[in-house]
Design a protein around this ligand. Structure first.
Ligand SMILES: Nc1ncnc2c1ncn2[C@@H]1O[C@H](COP(=O)(O)OP(=O)(O)O)[C@@H](O)[C@H]1O
Ligand SMILES: NC(=O)OP(=O)(O)O
Length: 316
């Protein structure tokens, strides 16, 4: 087997901009990302793909709420919206990867695994929503929405606009972990923990029940990477490199940093909560649990980044 690399694809990185959010736009973005992932597979890496669902799960939830208001249709629970995104995005990634593998004559198949992730029902996150989902709104739009929906919690998301936030408990256990490990061992390119995994709680009798939340896919990807003993965790997002003083005139990019330097920068608030901070925290967890290396970059830079030519590299 080659080196095991977990690549976490950001939900926002599959949404190009406000005017290109249609299903076919997302498929195009998936296909672009798949080319670079297939390029890594061609180099001999065993790639495991995970993906976010922040924008997509918010769109599905909103559609269901509007359908309830205007057509008295039934509500769709948030965890089912998450399961829907796992199926739809997982299908797109699986197909795009298989097409790329075939084009390159690679004897490889992708397989998306419906993945449940256990959370603690008493996680404090259920009382304090932090995970941005769905559309970005201007300050004026956010104020108007807040009047119509007093129960919504809205936050500013990394200076990009305002977004609704939902509960995001910590992932504790990946239910299908052994199945994923077996499929990797059998040579499949596995797509797992989509959207951070479908949040479930384990009942006293051992059964599972879905709960309304959106797990951070960076934390779920970090857990998966640790549990399968990945050599590298790559977080693919909207920026080629992580920045210090992001969005300010004195912004600089990071090339290679140590774990202790990264912790220091996080303590100095260089990374925005709800966007870059969870990626940094996920990498810290992976490296502290024995991982050797992590990279943050954008989809188009994946092959160059694994070759050490770009991206932000963090070493244990
Ligand atoms: N310090 C930082 N360096 C680089 N990007 C940052 C930083 N802080 C916040 N960001 C923003 O965070 C975004 C990544 O978060 P997000 O879009 O939520 O992730 P995802 O790709 O997983 O959906 C970047 O595209 C950038 O706009
Ligand atoms: N579930 C999740 O973390 O999605 P994003 O990466 O799209 O925010």
């Amino acid at each position: 087997m080659g080196k095991k690399v977990v690549i976490a694809i950001g939900g926002n990185s599959l949404i190009q901009d406000d005017s290109r959010q249609k299903v076919e736009d997302q498929y195009q973005a998936v296909c672009e990302t798949a080319k670079h992932i297939a390029g890594m597979v061609a180099q001999g890496y065993d790639v495991i793909v995970t993906h976010g669902n922040g924008p997509q799960v918010g769109f599905i939830l909103r559609r269901s709420e509007i359908a309830q208001q205007v057509a008295s249709m039934h509500a769709v629970p948030l965890f089912i919206c998450g399961a829907d995104t796992q199926g739809a995005i997982g299908y797109q990634i699986q197909q795009a990867l298989d097409n790329e593998f075939a084009k390159r004559g690679l004897a490889k198949k992708a397989i998306a695994v419906v993945t449940q992730v256990v959370v603690d029902p008493h996680d404090a996150a259920f009382q304090k929503p932090t995970k941005p989902i769905g559309s970005f709104y201007t300050q004026e739009q956010a104020a108007a929405i807040q009047q119509d929906h007093p129960d919504w919690v809205m936050v500013s998301d990394a200076g990009r606009g305002y977004r609704r936030v939902v509960a995001s408990p910590q992932p504790q256990e990946i239910v299908e972990k052994d199945i994923i490990a077996g499929l990797i061992q059998s040579g499949y390119c596995v797509v797992g923990v989509g959207g951070g995994g479908i949040p479930v709680v384990r009942n006293a009798d051992g059964t599972l029940t879905g709960v309304d939340a959106v797990i951070d896919k960076d934390f779920a990807s970090s857990l998966l990477a640790s549990e399968i003993g990945a050599d590298v965790l790559i977080i693919s997002t909207g920026v080629e490199k992580v920045c210090l003083n992001f969005g300010r005139p004195n912004q600089t990019t990071l090339d290679t940093v140590s774990l202790s330097q990264l912790k220091q920068y996080a303590a100095e608030n260089h990374f925005a909560p709800g966007s870059m901070l969870p990626k940094i925290q996920a990498i810290i967890r992976f490296l502290e649990k024995g991982g050797k290396k992590a990279i943050i970059t954008n989809p188009e830079s994946l092959e160059k980044a694994i070759a050490g030519q770009t991206g932000t590299h963090i070493r244990a």
